[in-house]
Structures are given as C-alpha cells and as structure tokens.
Design a protein around this ligand. Structure first.
Ligand SMILES: Cc1cc2nc3c(=O)[nH]c(=O)nc-3n(C[C@H](O)[C@H](O)[C@H](O)COP(=O)(O)OP(=O)(O)OC[C@H]3O[C@@H](n4cnc5c(N)ncnc54)[C@H](O)[C@@H]3O)c2cc1C
Length: 403
C-alpha cells in the first residue's frame, strides 16, 4: 500500500527540485548573460523534471504545487539563474492562474491542463506593445472576424514586445482589440499555436538586464485562427475576480524571482566579507561596522519582503483577497518586494565594493538583473496610484483622474 504524500513532503520535494536545477543553471548563467544566448538546455531540464508543470494538479500529470510552493521554488531558481527563472515564470504564472480561473472540475480545462503537462508545452506572450507599454487598455494588435473555407475565425495583425522565451513558446497568448458576438469592442485573448502562418519572431533582445530571457518581438501578420482560439474577452479596466487571480499569481511569483536575486547577492556578499582580509587589518572586513550595518539592512529588508509575500499568498490560498479593494494588497507585495530587492542588491554591492563591478564576479549581473523588477506590471507609478487611491477610498476609475 502506498502512503499518500503529505502537502509538506510535496513542498519539500518541489523545493529540492528547484535547488538542484538552480545549482546546475548557476554554472552557466554568466556565460548566457555575456553571450546574450537563450539557455535551451535549462528549459529541456525543466521539462524533463516536470518543473514546467509545477502548478498543474497531480491527477492530470502536473506536480500539484500551490501558489506558495511556486513562489518558494521560483525564489530558489532565481538564485541560480534569474533570467531562466523570470522567463519560465511567464509560463508558470499563466498556467497556474488559468488552472485556478477555470477550476479543475471543467472537463475541457482538465484536458487542456493534462495536455500541457504531458506534452510539456510552453505558453508565453503577447501582452506588451510599444504603443501601450504595460497598460491594460485596448491593444493596437487587432483580431478581425473572418471566415476561412466556411470555418468561423479571426485574422490577427500586430506586434508585441518583450516576448520572454520567444525561441521555445508553443502557444502564444495574444491580447488583441476585437469585437464580441454583437460587434461591441472588447479585448480578446487568443492562444495561437507557434506553427500558425503569419507568426514571426524578430530578434530584438539585447538589454542590460535579464539578457538570457530572449524577450524578442512577436510579429503577427494576417494570421488566421479558428474562433476556438479566442479564450477570453473583457472590457479595458474590468476588475472582476479574474483580475485578482491573475495578479496574485503574477505578483507573488515575480516578487519571488527578484527576492531570489537579492538572496544570491546577499550570499555572495557575505562570503566575500568573511574571506576578504586587507593586509592592514587582522580580521576580514566582516568585522567592520559599515559591513555589519549593510548586512543588518539586508536582513531587515529581506525578512520584511519575504514575510509580506508569503503572508499575502497564504491569505490568497486561504480564500481571501477576492474583493475589488484587495487588488491594492496584492500589488503591494510585488511593489515592496521588487523595490526592496533593488535596495538589498545595492547594499550587497556596498559590502563587496569595487570588485563587484568585475565581469568575473556575478555581483554585477545581480546588480543589472534586479533593476528590471519595478518595470513589470504594475510599474511603480501605477502601483502607487492604486495603493494610494485605495487607502484614501478613491476608485481607480474616478474621473478626472487627478485633482
Ligand atoms: C525582463 C522582462 C521580461 C518581460 N517579459 C514579458 C513577457 O513575456 N510578456 C509580456 O507581455 N511582457 C513582458 N514584459 C513587459 C512588462 O510586463 C511590462 O509591460 C513592460 O516592462 C512595461 O514597459 P514600459 O516600461 O514600456 O511600459 P509603460 O507601461 O509604458 O511605462 C513607462 C512609464 O510610464 C509610466 N506609466 C505608464 N502607464 C501609466 C499609467 N497608466 N499611469 C501612470 N504612469 C504610467 C510607468 O510607470 C513608467 O514609468 C517583460 C519586461 C521585462 C523587463
């Protein structure tokens, strides 16, 4: 007779897996960063180990991890290679939030989740555009209703930026401006197979941070898809519980990736401080008050940010944070954690000093990578508007917006 695995055992097993992957990825992270190459082998390893199915239920072939498991694992993975962790996060948060949104009682959803897990398909996309940035308004990418050989469907046209994992995405999630059955303008979300005619990746990714994410442009030219490819429709600014689900999965996991970078920077800095001994002194620099104060600031920031992320995610798992006003609480964890991560890496750089800027040490990569955190939605300014307005009892849609 087999004993059922307890949730704690499963969580530990998942964290061990993330640790093994992270330690392996760390051996190549600098090379991929320097060469601006995509770590295909990391994604092969994550598929082999089923890490790409972490939030999919075990009954259909996934690893059955909760949102908290995913956050802990993504933090650990980012300690090894932040680019890989951030890139796979675009798939993992999408899969996790979809599974939660449709609920695993729907046979169609079960089938799709099972296929994703067993085929190791990767979903990515397809939201950001140069014209709209990270805003949730009507995209410039369009989906126009058009029949093809008697089959109802849509023709898609547009260009997306920041398409992380572009070389290996199997299904692109593409946000478009389209119309509902009555011809009313809506935002339509499509899932489009990579092999669809008219889909092209244009290699534009050469950045300061997160270089190995291959977040290239996705160009969509007269790509026809059947109407089943339209998986969701909504109005701009809609804030039903779906928004809370997506943002909980996105904010919790993105916050964790950037806390992983902060933790890796901290560990490097502490090792450095314990072993660097200038000849003028008898003991290593860890005995200097300045270094100790840097360390204290790091510990305080890290503990506070981690605690907030884990508490918020646990509250979500417990069924809370489903209300409209709760969006601010959800976004707050991402705002606090990504900005704390930047400050922690700055403090770690302060401990290491000038050697930290050398290419041969990973500190400069942590320093560059961590800076991308506040740019993910909600960006700092938008997050502060939401948090501030919610605190003051002002709805986001209140017009005029300011003053
Ligand atoms: C490494 C990395 C990987 C990414 N991967 C993906 C991916 O796979 N898929 C994807 O779709 N996207 C991805 N993104 C894009 C990301 O999700 C954001 O959408 C994007 O970084 C925002 O770009 P922007 O700064 O041009 O946006 P903007 O939203 O235009 O922001 C520019 C500035 O204007 C301010 N601003 C913008 N709108 C408002 C507003 N309404 N009110 C007040 N201030 C405002 C912002 O705060 C910011 O200061 C990725 C980003 C990074 C950095």
């Amino acid at each position: 007779m087999t004993t059922p695995t307890s949730a704690t055992q499963r969580s530990q097993r998942l964290l061990d897996l993330a640790g093994r992957l992270a330690d392996d990825f760390a051996t190549r992270a600098d090379e991929h960063d320097r060469e601006n190459t995509f770590p295909f082998e990391n994604f092969e390893a994550m598929k082999r180990e089923n890490y790409t199915s972490l939030p999919i239920p075990e009954e259909v072939g996934g690893l059955g991890g909760t949102l908290l498991d995913l956050c802990l694992c993504q933090e650990r993975l980012a300690m090894g290679d932040a680019s890989t962790a951030l890139a796979v996060n675009m798939h993992l948060f999408a899969v996790g939030s979809m599974a939660e949104q449709v609920g695993m009682t729907d046979p169609q959803a079960m089938l799709m989740a099972g296929m994703l897990a067993q085929q190791h398909w990767i979903i990515g996309g397809g939201f950001t555009e140069a014209e709209i940035g990270g805003n949730c308004g009507f995209p410039t990418t369009t989906a126009v209703r058009q029949e093809h050989e008697g089959v109802r469907g849509f023709v898609l046209n547009g260009r997306k930026t920041f398409t992380s994992m572009a070389p290996i995405i199997d299904f692109f999630a593409i946000n478009t401006s389209t119309t509902d059955d009555e011809g009313k303008p809506v935002i339509g979300m499509f899932t489009v197979p990579r092999a669809t005619q008219g889909i092209e990746i244009v290699e534009t990714w050469d950045t300061m941070s997160m270089r190995a994410t291959a977040s290239h442009d996705l160009v969509i030219k007269d790509a026809w898809v059947p109407e089943q490819a339209l998986v969701a429709m909504r109005q701009p600014g809609d804030t039903d519980v779906g928004a809370n689900i997506i943002l909980s999965w996105f904010c919790g996991t993105v916050a964790s990736v950037y806390l992983g970078i902060a933790t890796a920077a901290r560990d490097f800095a502490y090792d450095w401080a314990k072993t660097r001994k200038p000849v003028l002194f008898e003991r290593p620099i860890s005995h200097f008050p300045g270094v100790q104060f840097h360390a204290a600031d790091i510990e305080v920031e890290l503990a506070a940010a981690r605690a907030l992320v884990h508490q918020t995610v646990q509250e979500w798992i417990g069924g809370g944070l489903r209300g409209r006003d709760d969006l601010a609480r959800i976004v707050l964890m991402k705002y606090l954690a990504t900005n704390a991560a930047v400050r922690i890496v700055d403090q770690a750089m302060g401990i290491v000093g000038a050697p930290g800027i050398f290419r041969r040490h990973p500190m400069q990569r942590f320093y560059r990578d961590v800076r991308a955190g506040p740019f993910h939605p909600m960006t700092n300014d938008v997050a502060r508007e939401l948090i501030g307005k919610t605190a003051l009892g002002i709805p986001m849609e209140c017009q005029p917006r300011w003053g």
